[in-house]
Design a protein. Structure first.
Length: 265
């Protein structure tokens, strides 16, 4: 008798990293719940791509910042499948404001931080309850290396740093239920959502500051997410995995060279 496919819920899966992750998980044998907020046509396209490649998927609309909509999504998945094996929290809940602090209104700053956390809080709470019953599961948060950077968007960096801390707290609580919780933290990724920010000049800078010599693609991040979501990642939990094309390594290398060059004789 064939075992049913494991079930993966991916939030914000109609485009970018979320869509690439949904396709990658579908390719690896998961039944993928393609969550989307507004773009039903794009979500349907992701489902079609997964099915064309031989996988299975379904699109479910829900604003992950809305507690009632998330509750309805979780109950719909539970009713249809009886379980959730993987939750990938990826949805972009608010565009990062780029204003410097001195001109950044509190309301805009607070909205970014609040939406970042509510977008994972409601999903985690509902899906972790399902995973607790089945005594297994994997949760993967999609953060950003902006959490560790200075000089960018204050609101965006603060929101991602808060997400990283949230993920580690969830990991500590979820371990007793057999659930692992990890965070994938990408650098700048070339998507339609970042098209206005990643100009030709920025793209050249990113190439020069990458050990791989190129800008990250959604598929780069998706493959890492799928690895972390799979059994092959073992018992690792509470980890934050950078996917930055080796930028961190390159900067440490250059810093070491500068240190040697400036060291007194």
């Amino acid at each position: 008798m064939n075992q049913p496919a494991p079930v993966a819920v991916v939030s914000g899966a109609s485009r970018g990293v979320g869509a690439a992750t949904a396709r990658e998980l579908g390719r690896r044998g998961y039944h993928v719940i393609v969550n989307y907020h507004r773009n039903a046509e794009a979500a349907a396209g992701v489902v079609k791509a997964i099915e064309t490649a031989g996988g299975s998927a379904a699109a479910i609309q829900a604003d992950v910042c809305d507690e009632q909509q998330v509750a309805a999504l979780a109950e719909r998945v539970r009713t249809a499948h009886g379980r959730v094996d993987v939750l990938v929290c990826n949805a972009n809940t608010a565009q990062p404001p780029l204003e410097p602090l001195l001109s950044l209104p509190w309301e805009v700053f607070a909205e970014k931080v609040n939406n970042e956390l509510s977008g994972v809080y409601f999903l985690t709470q509902r899906v972790l309850a399902i995973m607790r019953e089945q005594r297994s599961g994997r949760i993967v948060y999609v953060s950003s290396t902006a959490a560790d950077d200075a000089g960018g968007s204050t609101a965006h960096s603060t929101a991602k740093a808060a997400l990283n801390t949230f993920s580690r707290q969830v990991a500590a609580e979820a371990a007793q239920y057999g659930v692992t919780v990890n965070t994938v933290s990408p650098g700048a990724v070339d998507t339609d959502a970042t098209a206005e920010v990643i100009t030709d000049g920025v793209r050249q800078y990113l190439r020069e500051h990458s050990a791989l010599g190129r800008v990250l693609t959604p598929e780069d991040v998706a493959r890492t997410i799928a690895l972390v979501a799979g059994d092959g990642f073992g018992a690792a939990t509470g980890q934050i995995i950078r996917v930055d094309g080796g930028r961190d390594v390159l900067e440490q290398k250059l810093g070491g060279v500068r240190g040697v060059m400036t060291k007194p004789a």
